[in-house]
Design a protein around this ligand. Structure first.
Ligand code: PMP
Length: 370
């Protein structure tokens, strides 16, 4: 007898389960691998576009107190009212804009994609871009049409306009600054795309704080614009909070798609505390921006290395041999993201998050020796 009380040996049950999975789970899901989120300890982590600085001790103590007071035996407030009020205080939200929260902006991508997923609907995005747009389109059973960027990772606006005219997409994703390229889109291009797109355009501003430009204050100016943001890149990746801002008519529909308590009580307790100390995060962002310039200059001075101008907290760097460089960095205790093989435009490219000055120094030393 195994633990489940059946007579079949566990190995045989596992084989039967595999057969049932093959017969039951959708082919496209079985063909995909899960999003890699390994957390190796003791390494210098420059692979996930996080803020390398911890919160100061005083703020952590305030966070601990807020968390301690949270009634975790109760469900959280469903729509996260306290968080939304804190966001409204901390950000230049236009009067009358509606806000929906997500468990990270990843969840908002899933929510928006599910909401537009009529049979035959199309999602369109410049390419390469954030991989989750494609994955959630696949999960929702909608067609995903990537439109290649130019070789220098700028937007091919003519190609995008032609694709919009041809595909009539229900949804266009515009990540600005874009991941993995680090480049922000010109505002005039975004405005032209908003005018051409027949459905919704979500401007994903996950890295906006590092660019210094944002459409957030103008979120109500266009009938088909929703601006999406996250607290992940500015220092709260572990808290998991994303938000989308736009006309109440759009946001009300997304609110119906999200799970009832999608933002947990501990996150809801923590976010107002940290947003109340916005100057701490702003100072960290300023340090990261300064380090970005220093790191970019040091890497660009290395023979055979090309650095794409970045408006984000990471650099896209082409090296002579990305696999060898990644292996050398790994041996030196440094994690970066190798984009080689992921997309033709990013062959031999590494995506390197800007770290602390000493982390960046370690990276520069290790890369210089490759
Ligand atoms: N959008 C972009 C462009 C990103 O790069 C990321 C993170 N990799 C996200 C959204 C998702 O971030 P989160 O779920 O942490 O808010």
């Amino acid at each position: 007898m195994n633990d489940a009380g059946s007579a079949a040996p566990v190995g045989a049950v596992a084989a039967q389960a595999a057969a049932r999975v093959a017969a039951t789970i959708r082919d496209e899901i079985r063909a995909t691998s899960s999003y890699a989120t390994a957390k190796p300890s003791g390494m210098i982590e420059l692979h996930a576009n996080e803020n390398p600085w911890p919160l100061p001790a005083a703020l952590r103590a305030e966070l601990a107190a807020a968390v301690a007071e949270t009634a975790v035996n109760r469900y959280p407030e469903g729509a996260g009212d306290r968080v939304r009020e804190a966001l409204a205080r901390a950000l230049p939200l236009p009067e009358g804009a509606a806000v929906v929260l997500g468990n990270g902006s990843d969840e908002l991508i899933q929510i928006v994609t599910s909401a537009i997923a009529r049979p035959g609907a199309t999602v369109l995005a410049p390419d390469p871009t954030f991989v989750m747009y494609r994955i959630y389109a696949m999960l929702a059973g909608v067609r995903y049409v990537p439109v290649p960027l130019r070789a220098d990772f700028t937007l091919d606006e003519e190609a995008l306009a032609a694709a919009i005219a041809r595909e009539r997409p229900a949804l266009v994703w515009l990540a600005t600054p874009n991941n993995p390229t680090g480049r922000a889109l010109p505002l005039a291009s975004i405005e032209r795309i908003l005018a051409l797109a027949p459905g919704l355009v979500v401007v994903d501003e996950a890295y906006a704080e590092f660019a210094g430009t944002s459409l957030l204050p103008r979120a109500l100016e266009f009938p088909n614009l929703v601006v999406m943001r996250t607290l992940s890149k500015i220092g709260l990746a572990g808290v998991r909070l994303g938000y989308a801002v736009g006309q109440p008519a759009w946001i009300a529909e997304f609110d119906k798609v999200r799970s009832p308590y999608n933002v947990n009580a501990l996150t809801q307790a923590a976010v107002p505390v940290v947003l109340g100390a916005a100057e701490v995060l702003e100072a960290q962002v300023a340090r990261i921006r300064a380090e970005r310039s220093r790191l970019a200059a040091a890497l660009a001075a290395m023979p055979g290395v090309r650095v794409t101008p970045s408006d984000a907290n990471f650099l896209l760097v082409r090296v002579p041999d990305a696999g060898a460089a990644q292996a050398r960095l790994h041996a030196a205790g440094i994690l970066v993201k190798n984009l080689d093989g992921g997309h033709p435009l990013t062959s031999n490219c590494l995506r390197i998050t800007v770290g602390t000055p000493s982390e960046n120094d370690a990276l520069i030393r290790a890369l210089a020796s490759t």
